[in-house]
Design a protein around this ligand. Structure first.
Ligand SMILES: *Cc1c(COP(=O)(O)O)cnc(C)c1O
Length: 393
């Protein structure tokens, strides 16, 4: 089966570029040039050098002995939490800022929910000396104060989005509006495998360094590059896309995406998109979306800000459609317990997004020979407040 995006920007029945006419020239320019730029030897050299010396790649593939014992499997953790700024997101922002320079752009805009993508973008803009504006919902700014201040320390202007629920969806709308008004000098760095074509494909390619490294590291560790399972949490789906990418064709490798079930899939307060979603258009692409029967987007809910999104990227919607990726979900409670468990068993406090992937372990029957790779997308420092409020440790 072919899982690559086609010329029109579709993965099966999902994807495309549903954008206002004012953005056509920008998206068109990006679409025509992104692959050629990414394939330039000079681009690759600069990208790889920054990944190595600035981000800290390759990240370790760590054999988690005590976790393995507990779940009767051979479990490896891909340590994206050790990336500079604490999560996988910077793999993409480094790639996109190098691309923006080659497109001749001087300014960067981004949207952010919890602030992690905003911080990763502010970081690379400081690194490259580029002007940066990050749109963030007013409510999220109040909830994620430390990340707002991090961005400001890094020299970024954080602009509150005051419309709608004052969260991620509204910040994305504001960023789009800004881009429409400043199309020539500005590049919009989208933070996940979402948005109009070519963003989902471009972001997946930048994140695919994760599965490239897993292949090499497993070859060294266990003598072949193929695990039995790869498990990753899915918000928009960028860390999962990166962890799955170089295994999509290897159907004997089971790929598992973990969504946030919030207070329960049927509670009305969740972000379990594949369980609840129907095809619809959001932020420039056709994908699976949580929506009312008349097509209004339903506000998602998860204890984890990074998974609190009403859709998933079109690649994942397609992988779900054709059965290549199995989707499961974990509730707030299951994720918090799994986060504490990983802390106690391995001395690693995960991001609460990541804790959802850990929580999926209990939903499978493994044998000791099963090689399971969990993509440890981020570290828990940013979530200390949430752990404290949860309190059961
Ligand atoms: C943003 C984030 C996620 C969710 O985003 P994806 O695009 O689905 O990867 C997951 N984990 C961490 C640590 C994050 O910061």
């Amino acid at each position: 089966m072919n899982f690559q995006v086609n010329k029109q920007g579709y993965y099966g029945r999902f994807g495309g570029a549903y954008i206002p006419e004012m953005l056509y020239p920008n998206i068109e320019d990006l679409r025509e040039r992104y692959l050629a730029i990414m394939n330039e030897p000079e681009f690759q050299k600069e990208f790889q050098e920054l990944l190595q010396h600035y981000v800290g790649r390759p990240t370790p593939l760590y054999r988690a002995k005590r976790l393995s014992e507990k779940y009767n499997a051979t479990i490896f953790l891909k340590r994206e939490d050790l990336c500079h700024t604490g999560a996988h997101k910077i793999n993409n922002t480094i790639g996109q800022i190098l691309l923006a320079k080659r497109l001749g752009k001087q300014k960067i805009i981004a949207e952010t929910g919890a602030g992690q993508h905003g911080v990763a973008t502010a970081t690379v803009c400081a690194l490259m000396g580029m002007e940066c504006i990050v749109y963030m919902g007013q409510l999220d700014m109040d909830r994620q104060r430390p990340n707002v201040e991090r961005m400001r320390i890094l020299g970024t202007t954080v602009v509150p989005a005051m419309s709608g629920n004052k969260t991620l969806k509204d910040a994305t709308n504001e960023a789009m509006r800004h881009w429409i008004n400043h199309p020539t000098d500005t590049h919009y760095i989208i933070g996940s495998v979402v948005g109009p074509h070519p963003y989902p494909d471009m972001v997946a390619r930048f994140q695919s360094v994760i599965s490239m490294e897993i292949r090499n590291q497993l070859q060294t560790e266990v003598g072949n590059p193929y695990p039995d399972y790869i498990i990753a949490c899915v918000g928009g789906g960028s860390n999962a896309a990166g962890a799955f990418y170089h295994y999509l064709q290897e159907e004997h490798v089971a790929l598992v995406g973990v969504e946030a079930a919030g207070k329960g899939v049927d509670s009305g307060e969740s972000a379990a998109t594949t369980a609840l979603g129907k095809p619809g258009v959001l932020h420039g692409s056709k994908t699976l979306l949580m929506q009312t029967p008349d097509g209004q987007v339903i506000e998602p809910y998860s204890i984890s800000a990074g998974l609190d999104y009403p859709g998933i990227g079109p690649l994942h919607a397609h992988l779900f459609d054709v059965g290549r990726v199995q989707f499961v979900s974990a509730t707030d409670d299951e994720a918090m317990e799994a986060g504490i468990e990983l802390s106690r068993l391995e001395g690693i406090i995960p991001a609460i997004e990541t804790a959802h992937a850990i929580a999926a372990l209990s939903k499978f029957e493994f044998t000791p020979d099963d090689i399971v790779v969990i993509n440890l997308s981020g570290r828990g420092d940013k979530d200390l407040e949430t752990y404290i409020r949860w309190g059961k440790y």
